[in-house]
Write a protein that binds this ligand. Structure first.
Ligand code: ZN
Length: 55
């Protein structure tokens, strides 16, 4: 089972956002623009707290 989408909490503003875990590009918070995921070897390096695996 592969769970590619996760819900993360922004470390800077506490916004909750569903993101693609294996992002090929940087993913920023929709609210404050803080970096949530930076791509690293095919798997995104996640900043912030993982709240939920969406599927
Ligand atoms: Zn934020």
């Amino acid at each position: 089972m592969v769970n590619d989408f996760i819900k993360v909490k922004c470390p800077d503003c506490a916004n909750e956002q569903t993101v693609f875990r294996k992002a090929a590009t940087k993913v920023a918070c929709n609210v404050c623009g803080s970096l949530l995921i930076s791509p690293k070897g095919g798997v995104g390096e996640i900043r912030g707290e993982i709240l939920e695996v969406v599927g």
